[in-house]
Design a protein around this ligand. Structure first.
Ligand SMILES: Nc1ncnc2c1ncn2[C@@H]1O[C@H](COP(=O)(O)OP(=O)(O)OP(=O)(O)O)[C@@H](O)[C@H]1O
Ligand SMILES: [Mg+2]
Length: 537
């Protein structure tokens, strides 16, 4: 067979940039992550890649970008089969990927990370060149980050921006973005999409992985859908709808009678009999005059005071990097504050270590789940009892852990939270991004806490998993728990909060009921603009 026979259009331009032929990936533990997938990536095209958590999106794109070898099948270009020994070879071929889990050197600044990623004939890009390049790109993409701070000190959202800028700085022909928008603000998403469109018009190919159907429909030309590793749809974006896509993702049988595919708050459980929380005196969490320094030595949280009462969700919205991370770190013992007090059920917590704080009845869903939430080399069972080892039922004589009980507990968690894994003994790193998140949320919520500090609890989750977690938070609130919700997803904060604050540069711009805030005012507060008609607390 002549491989070039059907690869060019009559005009001579190659029809596709690369093509996956019969790609199958079986991981060493026997998991079939991708099954016999044929997919063409065309120049001048934005391809959306959809699928539930664990469907195989990351695996397939890692194979396309040369990071993982397929078990079966091959990747071909019009010039013949392509095989990459490393991501660098893929980059040299013109394929770059922005990862769901970042691939940055933590102790290096953004500029240093970019310089490092460019190999020129005689060494790396000079730092000044990298900075110049980054400044141009920041203007072009609308993504702004501090260039001179080690990236490990940046908020997760900022790190993601650095990662995107790093790959954009390489002039690639195929750009793969694995859930880039979950950490971006609506305005940044718009600007990033405008840039992607410009790249496309310049002849590039783009693969965009996201769980947001609206986004996918707004920007892509074509949408491929994976279900349990199989390609179940390859459709023109203009010919489809959110309903059709949801059906493809979960399968006809599963969606029957359940059309909840976007964040529809009316569909979350509302308990009519729920008692209004009594907001008197200090709350379950009481914070007064809290001031916290960030890593760049500047004050990140400024003299903040608030209460979270039993039976309410107190939401904090705002652009990431405005002190939310430092606030949560101070409240969970991960950062020593400059001054102020914070109590949980009357007990001072500032200055205590995380374990002491957790013992007071705190559940913590950390934003930085790969650093703080899970130990990736450990098994599910080991991860499921992090911070809960004291549970009596898991301890036998002489303080030995009762592993049989722990495994049972993990199986129950897997079932309840829909965690896809081979079993309690699987290493956490073998889980897909969304399944890792479900494991943390499941572990934390099963602690039966008095207060839940949830940072970005649904980031990276597919629509049904996210809805499940949201419903669970509401249920726990109705059961009298106090919940502090920090989320960059404004719709989520609006939908779940009884009271909400908008954080800007370490302070609350406003505190009030979500119903009393209009979108325009919220946008202004998020940008630090105080409107004339300021809401009362
Ligand atoms: N290193 C690994 N070892 C074993 N199994 C793995 C490994 N990496 C991924 N898997 C499994 O392969 C399947 C597909 O995972 P993948 O990460 O590609 O999913 P995904 O579609 O990107 O999901 P998400 O939306 O949650 O990120 C999952 O069942 C996952 O548990
Ligand atoms: Mg993934």
């Amino acid at each position: 067979m002549n491989p070039t026979a059907q690869t060019t259009e009559p005009g001579g331009e190659p029809k596709y940039f690369i093509r996956a032929e019969g790609i199958t990936k079986v991981y060493s533990d026997g998991t079939v992550a991708v099954k016999d997938v044929d997919l063409e990536i065309h120049p001048r095209e934005i391809l959306g890649l959809l699928g539930e958590n664990g469907a195989g999106k990351t695996t397939l794109t890692k194979i396309l970008s040369g990071l993982l070898p397929p078990t079966k099948g091959r990747v071909v270009s019009p010039r013949g089969p392509v095989r990459f020994g490393s991501p660098r070879e893929a980059l040299e071929f013109g394929i770059g990927m922005v990862h769901q889990h970042f691939a940055l050197v933590g102790t290096f600044t953004a500029a240093e990370n970019v310089a490092l990623s460019h190999r020129r004939p005689f060494g790396r890009l000079r730092l000044s060149e990298a900075k110049g390049r980054l400044e141009e790109l920041m203007d072009a993409s609308g993504l702004h980050v501090p260039l001179d701070v080690p990236v490990e000190r940046l908020a997760v959202g900022e790190q993601q921006r650095v990662e995107i800028l790093k790959v954009l700085s390489r002039d690639v022909d195929l750009l793969i973005l694995d859930e880039p928008t979950s950490v971006l603000t609506p305005l940044e998403v718009d600007e990033l999409f405008a840039l992607l469109r410009r790249l496309k018009e310049g002849g590039k190919s783009i693969i965009l992985i996201t769980h947001k159907l609206k986004e996918v429909l707004a920007i892509t030309d074509r949408i491929a859908v994976l279900r349990r590793g199989e390609l179940v749809g390859d459709v023109e974006a203009a010919q489809t709808s959110p309903e059709k896509l949801a059906r493809l993702m979960v399968g006809e049988a599963l969606i029957a009678g359940k059309e909840a595919i976007e964040l529809r708050t009316e569909e979350l459980p509302r308990h009519e009999a729920r008692r209004e929380p009594r907001r008197e005196g200090p709350g379950v969490l009481h914070v007064e005059g809290l001031t916290v320094r960030g890593d760049a030595k500047k004050i990140a949280v400024k003299d903040l005071s608030f209460d979270v009462y039993a039976g309410e969700i107190f939401g904090i919205a705002g652009v990431e990097g405005n002190g939310q991370t430092e606030l949560v770190e101070a409240l969970t013992g991960l950062r020593v504050p400059v001054k102020g007090t914070a109590t949980i059920r009357g007990v001072e917590i500032l200055g205590k270590d995380p374990r002491e704080i957790y013992r007071l009845g705190v559940a913590h869903i950390p934003e930085d789940r790969w650093k703080r939430g899970l130990i990736l080399q450990f098994t599910l069972a080991e991860n499921a009892i992090l911070g809960v080892q004291r549970w009596k039922e898991f301890r036998g004589p002489l303080s030995f852990l009762r592993w049989r009980k722990i495994r049972e507990h993990v199986r129950a968690l897997m079932k309840r939270f829909g965690i896809q894994a081979t079993g309690p003994g699987a290493p956490a790193k073998s889980l897909s991004g969304g399944n890792q998140q479900k494991l943390i949320v499941g572990r934390e919520l099963s602690k039966d806490p008095a207060i839940i500090i949830a940072a970005q609890p649904t980031r990276g989750l597919d629509i049904s998993a996210a809805q499940y977690i949201r419903a669970l938070l509401l249920e726990m609130r109705d059961a009298g728990r106090a919940i502090l919700l920090v989320s960059a997803d404004l719709d989520e904060v609006l939908a779940l909060s009884d009271r909400m604050a908008i954080m800007y540069e370490g302070r609350f711009m406003t505190v009030g009921s979500p119903a009393g805030l209009d979108r325009q005012a919220i946008g202004m507060y998020m940008g630090g603009v105080v409107s004339a008609s300021k809401e009362g607390a």
